[in-house]
Design a protein around this ligand. Structure first.
Ligand code: ADP
Ligand code: ADP
Ligand code: MG
Length: 665
């Protein structure tokens, strides 16, 4: 085994690799940019080397700096994590030349699989089923239309060098191709400096199912079953599970064996993933691409197989023989992962950056009927910057069955609290309870199908109303009693009022509350409930037992009440006397300011371009400007037709969230 390795990555994955190295007694070095000085990974590693400014192009992507850091610290090998240089064959070759081990596959395998067209050809040769389509390059729009017609609509136009959901378009007819072909070509040139395009059939009811493979330098290779990653937004994964609800034993075996055949065809000698698109209609499956690296969602595979994939990668990289045998590998239970993103699910999943004022993840270990694992790379007080990927943590849960794993995931999400930035936890939590997701009948269009207007939060069930009311009423009781105790030095403590009205959102719910030393009896809608909790003011998590059942509600104290949240439900809760409640009910609806005449930056970022001029008439839906944050360009469109009155920003300016960029008459 190596004595010391260098991790050429940051955040959550750097921390993940360090954990395994500690277990194996391997010393670690991490490299870091300005933005990551003092990060969790830097703190945990044995050594760290500063490699430059925050933009990845000036730090994590500069091979010379990484190699220099290896030499300076005497590390023997490099783990690239995912993203950055992990699938860069030049980097793997460079390390080979410098006699530094690469904890990943050989450069030839990376090269062969790095290109979607060439890997598809290789896959077909290895007997892997591929998506029907045109395996050659397409040179013009006319040719694109002709080939699309031959394949039959719908088709997918793809950049051969594409990745990360970029450079992909669906076309349903000739017009879509006429529009989509040049668009994908332009995006491919801009993102990958490579404008080669191909077209394949769009698989109906597509589900993303991928096979984890693991190989060594002695020609051995096994598959560690599948993961399903169909819950995606912008072609990027949000929830991943293992195994897949779609596969049966026979399909699983066929897919696994094809993946191994492909891996063997390129002498694959590390952890890798063969991605397939499977049809929910008939379970037919087709090769998409191979990712020649550790995958973000590898923990779900680790949870169901008990194999530490990072450990296996280290062993293979230093020449050990694969100790895993196919016949010994078994699926144990079910695992699911939520990618926790710094993004606002209520605003079309736009990136959100800022300081983590609070970061209270759920506790690792047993919860409900399963177990919780947290893979995170941040701590309270850390800054989430605009320079990198918006993923800040992964929450993984395991249970005996799919329902168990999902139940535990929901319970864990209820206990995961973040303040300072927006996060997608309420969205993931809402999906856990959603009927179609529960049934397992999902496709990659799930988010678009089920949340066509975007995520607006969910409506509470009657059980959830009980949770929210119980938490708010209990908290209010505790706070009133405390206030009474402080005043009590002068006057005898007043008895706690029994009858209240909880104004939950727009609903007026009369209750009676009897609170005594951490126990309450609450009457709601004619039924009485018992609530036990040790909650104290200031705790953002209200954990309690309602009628014998544990629950957790996120609670924040506001000037005139609380904000309470359970799964995807968020409500304001005011607790007042019946008389005040009646007054409240008669208050006029507050007037809202007219925001439709302003173009407001939805997040902090960098203005890429302003595409309108003063005096110009802009139509509804027309692009007004582009703001970049976290590697994503966000086109900001006009909400209504109008004439441009003022432009307050220009290309290159940085903008704050809610900054007014353009004003209309
Ligand atoms: P998968 O691993 O399933 O293919 P992605 O394509 O989303 O999922 O993962 C690769 C992406 O991970 C890269 O394109 C990059 O944007 C992102 N990435 C790279 N480094 C990190 C990191 N330290 N933390 C989170 N995400 C990262
Ligand atoms: P990337 O390199 O960006 O990960 P992929 O080729 O893996 O690109 O495709 C991204 C996603 O698009 C897949 O996860 C899958 O859901 C969907 N997809 C890709 N090709 C097809 C296809 N031919 N039919 C249906 N869906 C597809
Ligand atoms: Mg992919």
């Amino acid at each position: 085994m190596f004595n010391k390795i260098l991790i050429a990555n940051r955040g959550e994955i750097a921390v993940r690799v360090i954990k395994t190295c500690r277990k194996l007694g391997v010393k670690t070095v991490v490299v870091y940019s300005d933005a990551d000085a003092g990060s969790m990974a830097v703190e945990m590693a044995d050594e760290s080397v500063h490699i430059g400014p925050s933009p990845a192009a000036e730090s994590y992507l500069v091979m010379d700096k990484i190699v220099e850091a290896v030499k300076q610290t005497g590390a023997e090998a490099v783990h690239p994590g995912f993203g950055f240089l992990s699938e860069n064959a030049e980097f793997a070759k460079r390390l080979e030349k410098e006699k530094i081990a690469f904890i990943g596959p050989n450069p030839h395998a990376i090269e062969a699989m790095g290109d979607k067209i060439s890997s598809k050809k290789l896959a077909a040769e290895a007997g892997v089923s591929t998506v029907p389509g045109h395996m050659g390059l397409i040179e013009s729009t006319e040719e694109a239309v002709k080939i699309s017609k031959e394949i039959g609509y719908p088709v997918m136009i793809k950049a051969s060098a594409g990745g990360g959901g970029k450079g992909i378009r669906i076309a349903y007819d000739d017009r879509d191709v006429e529009e989509g072909y040049p668009a994908v070509k332009a995006e491919a040139t801009a993102s990958f400096g490579d404008d080669r395009i191909f077209i394949e059939k769009f698989i109906l009811e597509p589900r993303h199912v991928e096979i984890q493979v693991m190989g060594d330098k002695h020609g051995n290779c096994v598959y560690l079953f599948e993961r399903e990653c169909s819950i995606q937004r912008r072609n990027q994964k949000v929830l991943e599970e293992a195994p897949s609800p779609l596969l049966d034993e026979a399909t699983r075996k066929k897919m696994g064996e094809q993946a191994v055949a492909l891996a063997k065809a390129v002498n694959y000698d590390s952890a890798g993933t063969v991605e397939f698109v499977a049809s929910g209609k008939d379970k037919s499956f087709y090769f998409l691409e191979m990712n020649t690296r550790l995958q973000v969602e590898h923990p779900v595979t680790e949870m169901i197989t008990g194999v530490d994939l990072v450990e296996q990668m280290l062993r293979s990289a230093c020449g050990e023989k694969l100790a895993l045998k196919q016949k010994d590998l078994k699926i144990n239970g079910w695992a699911i992962e939520s990618r926790v993103y710094a993004e606002d699910p209520y605003r079309n999943f736009l990136p959100s950056i800022g300081r983590l004022r609070r970061f209270l993840p759920p506790v690792e270990g047993p919860l409900g009927g399963g177990t919780v694992r947290m893979d995170s790379g941040v701590r309270e007080g850390d800054e989430i910057s605009m320079f990198y990927d918006p993923m800040i943590a992964k929450l993984v849960t395991h249970g005996a069955t799919r329902d168990d794993a999902l139940d535990v995931q929901a319970l864990a999400l209820d206990r995961f609290h973040i303040e300072g930035i927006r996060d997608n936890i309420p969205f993931c939590a809402a999906v856990m309870d959603e009927t179609r997701f529960r049934s397992g009948n999902i496709t990659t269009a799930y988010i678009k199908d089920e949340f066509p207007e975007g995520f607006q939060g969910t409506e509470p069930t009657s059980k959830q109303v009980e949770y929210l009311v119980a938490a708010a009423a209990f908290a209010h009781g505790v706070m009133t009693q405390r206030a009474g105790q402080i005043d009590g030095r002068m006057a005898p403590q007043p008895p706690l009022r029994q009858n209240w009205v909880v104004i939950l959102g727009n609903d007026y719910l009369p209750i009676s509350l009897d609170l005594n030393e951490g126990q309450a009896a609450i009457e709601l809608n004619g039924a009485s409930h018992s609530v036990v909790s040790a909650w104290t003011p200031g705790n953002p998590l209200f954990e309690g037992v309602l009628d014998g059942e544990t629950f957790a509600v996120k609670i924040s104290i506001e000037t005139d009440g609380f904000e309470v949240m359970h799964r995807g439900v968020t409500r304001r809760a005011l607790i007042c006397s019946p008389a005040i409640a009646e007054l409240h009910q008669r208050l006029p609806e507050k007037e809202k300011p007219d925001l439709s005449k302003l173009i407001i930056s939805p997040m902090p970022g960098l203005v890429v371009s302003v595409d309108v001029e003063v005096g110009q008439i802009v139509e509804e839906g027309e692009a007004v400007c582009i703001v970049e944050a976290m590697k994503m360009q966000n086109i900001i469109r006009a909400e209504a037709q109008g004439s441009v009155k003022a432009i307050n920003v220009g290309a290159g300016d940085s903008v704050a969230a809610d900054e007014v960029m353009v004003e209309f008459e």
